[in-house]
Design a protein around this ligand. Sequence first.
Ligand SMILES: Nc1ncnc2c1ncn2[C@@H]1O[C@H](COP(=O)(O)OP(=O)(O)OP(=O)(O)O)[C@@H](O)[C@H]1O
Ligand SMILES: Cc1cn([C@H]2C[C@H](O)[C@@H](COP(=O)(O)O)O2)c(=O)[nH]c1=O
Length: 227
Amino acid sequence: MADANGLFVSFEGGEGAGKSTQIRRLAERLRARGHDVLVTREPGGSPGAEAVRHVLLSGAAEVFGTRMEAILFAAARNDHVEEVIRPALARGIIVLCDRFMDSSRVYQGVTGNLEPDYIEALQRVAVNGVIPDCTLILDIPAEVGLERARKRASAVAVPDRFEKEEMQTHEKRREAFLDIAAREPGRCHVIDAQRSEDEIAGEIAGIVDQRLGPSANIATETPEAAQ
Ligand SMILES: Nc1ncnc2c1ncn2[C@@H]1O[C@H](COP(=O)(O)OP(=O)(O)OP(=O)(O)O)[C@@H](O)[C@H]1O
Ligand SMILES: Cc1cn([C@H]2C[C@H](O)[C@@H](COP(=O)(O)O)O2)c(=O)[nH]c1=O
């Protein structure tokens, strides 16, 4: 479990599901309520892991075998955990992470055809006990998510090498995220990501407030603010 008083929330789902959008909105909401929030992402989130991200998402990684790729994702994750996430949680910070270990289970494990035992062993080393308290799986048909990602890419960036894969592969990933949610209902919440941004943000706010309990609204805990 996560350390000390912080809360560790990961966001998972296919390309263009709306993870970054919802992380931004949740961070704004939590900060407005007096919380200290860290927004981070994977692969990346620490200087070392960002360097690995650059390689993994570029054409250079096309010559890597799936095992090498999985090990690199795990190495980047361990650096991110030890350098950034664990220290933040120990200071009571709420950590919102765009993708985490479930992405490796799905992308390298299920669609990369790696044995579940191999992926799980790598994840144990990578996370070293730091498991999200709550994982929000943004669920959307692959076609809809990719269309969103394509529109965004034409405005800001080129698609990464994972976004270019077959539709069938993306659909298989959607099912794999749903399987994880079914196996770990205490940690995972499936969010229907085809709705409006406001509707999704409202549902996520409710889930996270519940996880935070009585401390959900620090800003209104002073007698003056409560009036
Ligand atoms: N609920 C929504 N309805 C319609 N469009 C949305 C919604 N949420 C996000 N978008 C738009 O879809 C695009 C993808 O959203 P976003 O970048 O948040 O997704 P993501 O899951 O982080 O994607 P990726 O995993 O590919 O980085 C953006 O242009 C965003 O503005
Ligand atoms: C953490 C993680 C990520 N991936 C893949 C999934 C995406 O296609 C990219 C990240 O791009 P994003 O725009 O930042 O979502 O990397 C993966 O294959 N395995 C992982 O563990």
